[in-house]
Design a protein around this ligand. Structure first.
Ligand SMILES: [Mg+2]
Length: 255
């Protein structure tokens, strides 16, 4: 049996497109994929972006207000819930009475005007043959507004959000099963792109090709969120989603 490190094809080369040139491995591994599934936060925009820290700060403020906590205590509780339950919302639902709609609206009410568009990713998504879907622990409205700013909201057939998942977050297996069923996705012919390795465990088990998106340079993540790069359920690792997708497309076109 191969070691975890040996089974992971690490493609870290955001600034060197040639290093992402398609090898036979990429071409073969994605040749039969007809459905491309993307996480939203820290995947379709870089972890270095201000988007997630803005949401993160709104979640802290929500907890502080709801529970009458100071900022530091609210922050600690938020991170505990996030790690234990998959989302802070799930923790709030398990341990407190919380109005879900109010929470989702409040935490995603951020200023998106400074989000730059990403023409490279827009083009790569357009060239990718097959269906493209978003599978997010956030809200549909947040996914729509954010991808609109990024310039490629129309690249996706649909968004499966936390409400569609009946408020159960990834990495719970039931979320993926509901998603596959609702959108008639055959996981054996699909690929999943995610910034959290633990959210790739079930996709890998179901036969999806899994790609872990890691930050280019510094990011805002907790140490545990950066774990999993060498796990066997991670097929590929990249810090440049657009470049990776271009490599996949080129690989398909190369005889
Ligand atoms: Mg994410």
């Amino acid at each position: 049996m191969a070691s975890p490190a040996a089974s992971t094809d690490v493609l870290l080369a955001s600034t060197a497109p040639r290093a992402l040139a398609p090898g036979p491995l990429i071409h073969e591994r994605f040749a039969d994929v007809d459905t491309w599934v993307f996480d939203l936060d820290n995947t379709l925009y870089p972890a270095g972006s201000s988007i997630w820290p803005s949401i993160d700060a709104r979640i802290t403020l929500y907890l502080a207000t709801l529970l009458g906590l100071d900022g530091q205590s609210a922050r600690g509780l938020q991170k505990y819930y996030y790690r234990r339950y998959g989302t802070t919302l799930r923790g709030l639902m398990e341990e407190h009475a919380v109005k879900v709609d109010e929470f989702l609206e409040f935490v995603h009410d951020i200023d998106r005007t400074s989000i730059p568009s990403n023409p490279d990713l827009k083009q790569a998504l357009a060239l990718l043959p097959g269906r493209k879907l978003i599978l997010t622990n956030g809200s549909r409205e947040h996914a729509l507004r954010t991808t609109e700013r990024l310039g490629f909201h129309d690249a996706f057939e649909d968004i499966f959000d936390i409400v569609a998942a009946e408020l159960v977050p990834k990495p719970e297996a039931s979320v993926y099963e509901s998603f596959f069923k609702k959108h008639s996705v055959d996981p054996k012919r699909a690929a999943m792109f995610e910034d959290l390795a633990r959210n790739l465990v079930i996709p890998h088990q179901r036969g999806m090709r899994t790609v872990l998106i890691v930050p280019e340079g510094s990011d805002h993540r907790e140490p545990w969120e950066a774990e999993g790069v060498t796990e066997p359920y991670v097929d590929f690792v990249t810090d440049n989603l657009a470049g990776f997708l271009q490599g996949v497309v080129m690989g398909r076109l190369t005889p």
